[in-house]
Design a protein around this ligand. Structure first.
Ligand SMILES: [Mn+2]
Length: 487
C-alpha cells in the first residue's frame, strides 16, 4: 500500500519574493498542490493523507479553498481517497468543504473524502483504499471555533480496537513544545498507541523520529514561502512494504550558499558558482521535475579586498537569472558580504591615529577585566569553601572559567596595580556611555537581560565596559575596512 502524506500547504498565503515570479503561479502553493495531485494519480497512490493547515487563515480565502476542492475532485475522479484532519488555520473551513464533497463515493458506495475527529474528538474509520485493501485511520481535528488549543490532545486518545489492518494516526500538533498553544504533545506520547504510523502537521520542516515504533513523522510543508523555509518543499510517500521516503514537489526552493572568499583570481568563481548550482539541483532532497527556480542567499566571508573582487565578478548577479539546467534557473535574492578584519590590537595601539586610540581603549578594558577575573579567581580559591552554595553559585561559575585564561596572566605582568586605572578620556567616555544607557533604558528602548532575565536597576561597570568595548570594536573594524577600501 502506498500512501502520500503532506500538510501545511497554506493555500492562499503569499510569498515575499521581490522578483517577477512573485506575480506568477510559481510562488503560489496552489501550483504545488496540483503537482501533489498529479503525483498521487501518476504513481497510483492508494490514498492521500492531509495533516491540516491546508488553507491559510480560515474562511478569508475562498480562492484558496476552491483550489483545494478542485484538487480533491481530481483525486476523487481517480478513485483516490482523501483523508484529512484540520489544523489551527483551516479548522473553520474544512467541515463545510467536506460537507460539499460528501456525495463523492467509490462504486461500492463508500465515501472518498474524509475529515476525521471533528471538534477535538478522536475518531477512527476503516476505509477501502484505491488498491482495494483496507486502512484503519485515526485522527483528531482542531475544534471549529478554536485556532488555539493549549491542551495535549493525546490525553484523550484511546487506542482503536486491534484490527490487523495497516493503521495510521493523523494529527496537527506541536511536538515537544509544552507551552505551545497549538496542541502540544510529547514525542513519547506516540509510543504504545497501537498504530503503525503517525502523520503530523504544523511544523514546516520534515522531521522523522526514526527509531520509534510506531514510525512518527512531520512530512513538512510541500511549498516554501520564504528564505526561512529552506527545508520545506517535499511530501512523504509511505510505502507499507518498502518504507517511507521524501519526494520533492515544489517548483521553487530557497537555498543558502556559503563561501570563503580568498584573494585568488576572481574570474573562476562565476563558473564554479554555476557548477555548484548544477550539483545542488541534483541533490536528492531537491531534485525534481517540478523544480523551476532556486532562490539563493549567498554568504561570503573574506578580507575586504577579496570581497570587493568577488562582488566585481558576482555582484551583477543580484536579481539576475542564472541558467542552471534546461528548465531550471537560479536567482540571487541576497548577497551577504561578511568582511573579516584583521585586528592585532597591540600593534594598532602603537599608532596615534583614531584606530590606534580605539585599540588602546579596548586593551585597557580587556586588561582591567582580566585582572578582575584573576583576583576573583584567587578569592574563590581562598573563600570558596566558606561561601558555599548560598550566593556563590553564579559567581564561582562565572569566574572559574576566566581565571584560568592566559589573558589574565598577561594583564598581571604588564600593568600590576595600575591596571584598574583608566586614562582620563576613557573614564569620561565610559561615564557618557553610562548616561546614555540610563536614558535609553529609561525610555524602554532596550531591556538588558542579565543573569537569567533580571534587569538590574543600575548598570554595572562591567556592563558599561562591555557595551563600550563592543561599540569601539565595531567602529575600529569600520575604520580598518575604510582604510583598506582606499588602498
Ligand atoms: Mn499549524
Amino acid at each position: 500500500m502506498k500512501l502520500l502524506a503532506t500538510s501545511d500547504l497554506h493555500l492562499g498565503r503569499h510569498s515575499s519574493l521581490p522578483f517577477e515570479e512573485s506575480d506568477t503561479g510559481m510562488t503560489a502553493s496552489a501550483q504545488t498542490w496540483h503537482r501533489i495531485v498529479d503525483l498521487a494519480i501518476r504513481e497510483d497512490m492508494d490514498a492521500l493523507l492531509l495533516a491540516g493547515d491546508l488553507v491559510d487563515q480560515s474562511n478569508r480565502f475562498f480562492e484558496a479553498l476552491a483550489e483545494l476542492e478542485r484538487g480533491i475532485r481530481r483525486l476523487v475522479e481517480a478513485r483516490i481517497p482523501v483523508v484529512m484532519v484540520s489544523g489551527n488555520h483551516d479548522h473553520e473551513v474544512l467541515p463545510e468543504l467536506v460537507q460539499r464533497l460528501q456525495g463523492e463515493k467509490d462504486p461500492s458506495g463508500e465515501p472518498l473524502v474524509h475529515l476525521l475527529g471533528r471538534n477535538g474528538r478522536w475518531e477512527t474509520r476503516t476505509i477501502t483504499v484505491r488498491c482495494g485493501e483496507q486502512l484503519q485511520i485515526t485522527g483528531w481535528s482542531f475544534p471549529e471555533q478554536q485556532s488555539r488549543y493549549s491542551r495535549n490532545p493525546m490525553e484523550t486518545y484511546e487506542p482503536p480496537p486491534q484490527s490487523g489492518l495497516v493503521s495510521v494516526g493523523l494529527l496537527h500538533c506541536d511536538v515537544n513544545q509544552s507551552d505551545s498553544v497549538y496542541a502540544p504533545v510529547a514525542s513519547a506520547d506516540f509510543n504504545g498507541t497501537g498504530l503503525d504510523y503517525w502523520v503530523l502537521g504544523h511544523i514546516h520542516k520534515q522531521i522523522v523520529w526514526r527509531d520509534s515504533a510506531p514510525e512518527v513523522f512531520y512530512p513538512g510543508a510541500p511549498h516554501p514561502f520564504d528564505a526561512g523555509e529552506a527545508d520545506a518543499g517535499t511530501v512523504r510517500v509511505l510505502d507499507t512494504d518498502d518504507g517511507s521516503s521524501e519526494v520533492p514537489v515544489a517548483p521553487i526552493r530557497y537555498v543558502t550558499l556559503a563561501y570563503e572568499v580568498t584573494d585568488g583570481p576572481g574570474s573562476r568563481m562565476r563558473g564554479e558558482f554555476q557548477d555548484e548550482l548544477r550539483a545542488l539541483a541534483e541533490h536528492p532532497a531537491i531534485r525534481s521535475d517540478a523544480l523551476q527556480l532556486l532562490v539563493l542567499t549567498v554568504r561570503c566571508r573574506g578580507t575586504v579586498s577579496a570581497l570587493n573582487r568577488f562582488m566585481e565578478v558576482q555582484g551583477e548577479h543580484e536579481g539576475e537569472y542564472i541558467p542552471v539546467g534546461e528548465d531550471l534557473r537560479a536567482v540571487v535574492r541576497k548577497w551577504i558580504g561578511e568582511p573579516q578584519v584583521e585586528t592585532d590590537l597591540e600593534k594598532l595601539a602603537e599608532n596615534s591615529n583614531p584606530a590606534g586610540l580605539l585599540a588602546s581603549w579596548i586593551l585597557h578594558i580587556d586588561r582591567k577585566q582580566a585582572s578582575l577575573a584573576a583576583s576573583a579567581g584567587q578569592g574563590d580559591g581562598e573563600a570558596g569553601e566558606k561561601k558555599g552554595g548560598q550566593d556563590g553559585k553564579e559567581d564561582s561559575g562565572q569566574h572559574d572559567g576566566e581565571a584560568g585564561s592566559t589573558d589574565s596572566a598577561k594583564g598581571d605582568g604588564e600593568s600590576g596595580s595600575a591596571q584598574a586605572e583608566y586614562p582620563e578620556e576613557l573614564k569620561e567616555l565610559l561615564d557618557a556611555c553610562r548616561e546614555e544607557y540610563r536614558t535609553l533604558a529609561g525610555h524602554g528602548v532596550f531591556k538588558p537581560v542579565v543573569d537569567g532575565g533580571q534587569v538590574p536597576p543600575e548598570p554595572t561597570d562591567e556592563m558599561i565596559e562591555s557595551l563600550f568595548r563592543a561599540r569601539s570594536m565595531t567602529l575600529l573594524q569600520t575604520l580598518i575596512t575604510q582604510a583598506e577600501e582606499r588602498k
